[in-house]
Write a protein that binds this ligand. Sequence first.
Ligand SMILES: NC(=O)c1ccc[n+]([C@@H]2O[C@H](COP(=O)([O-])OP(=O)(O)OC[C@H]3O[C@@H](n4cnc5c(N)ncnc54)[C@H](O)[C@@H]3O)[C@@H](O)[C@H]2O)c1
Length: 251
Amino acid sequence: MQQVTGALGGRKAVITGAASGIGRGILEAFVREGATVLAVDLPSGQWETSNVVENGVARLAVDVTLADAPARVVEAARNMLGGIDILVNNAGISPAGDVETTSDEMWSRVMALNVDAVFRLTRAAVPFLKQSGSGRIINTGSIMSEIASPSIIAYVTSKHAVAGMTKAMAMDLGQYGICANFLQPGAIVTPLSEAHMADEQYVAHWKRKIPLGRLGEPDDIGPVAVFLASDAARYVSGEGLRIDGGAAFNA
Ligand SMILES: NC(=O)c1ccc[n+]([C@@H]2O[C@H](COP(=O)([O-])OP(=O)(O)OC[C@H]3O[C@@H](n4cnc5c(N)ncnc54)[C@H](O)[C@@H]3O)[C@@H](O)[C@H]2O)c1
């Protein structure tokens, strides 16, 4: 039975990269607020397609960079949820490489997931978002959507692209009442950032930079995504929201 109370009561959401880190934080926050969610992630021993909605969640195991992934995701959303009100394009990777060491293969892999898959899945979801009446697109950018950091050139480029793409989506889809915004997490402790977190200098650098004095957790992101998905943010579109403890303005 679908819950109709909560900030997202009765809403149908798709979240990519929902098995781990920030995506899982968003998934848990959405379910707490009454949304029914199609949670999408790579197939693995721990992540298989569920074919049922259980405790507000149906799982779909698919690589979102595959050519047929957008069609598979929207088809599953139609079958399992009955539509899409909220699309959260969150899956992303951040392999290390600077301008000299980044290979063509690494560059293409980052763009395929962090940029192309966001565009292609959104395009496939638009007919459903139009029908929603309160359609929301939430893309996971980064504070690297507006600043740079050493040795992640493909990632920084891709997250700047997410900012531009989200603003363009807001322009194109506003006429249908669809809001498009992007999250800008700072240094958040997740499996993606694990390698960096093992580097004491990296952690010390960020702690110095963050006025709030601590690294972020996925639980710091979920409620902000809930806000952007909710009626409270119905007049917010084309916006990037920093969730970084204040790091980005502290040059
Ligand atoms: N952790 C941070 O400090 C940080 C900061 C800013 C932005 N972000 C962004 O947040 C998002 C989530 O990152 P995270 O830190 O939670 O990472 P994470 O590695 O914990 O989670 C990413 C999830 O995406 C999934 N995924 C990867 N490739 C996929 C594919 N091809 N198809 C489907 N799913 C796929 C992974 O299996 C994983 O579950 C990313 O877009 C990342 O760039 C993270």
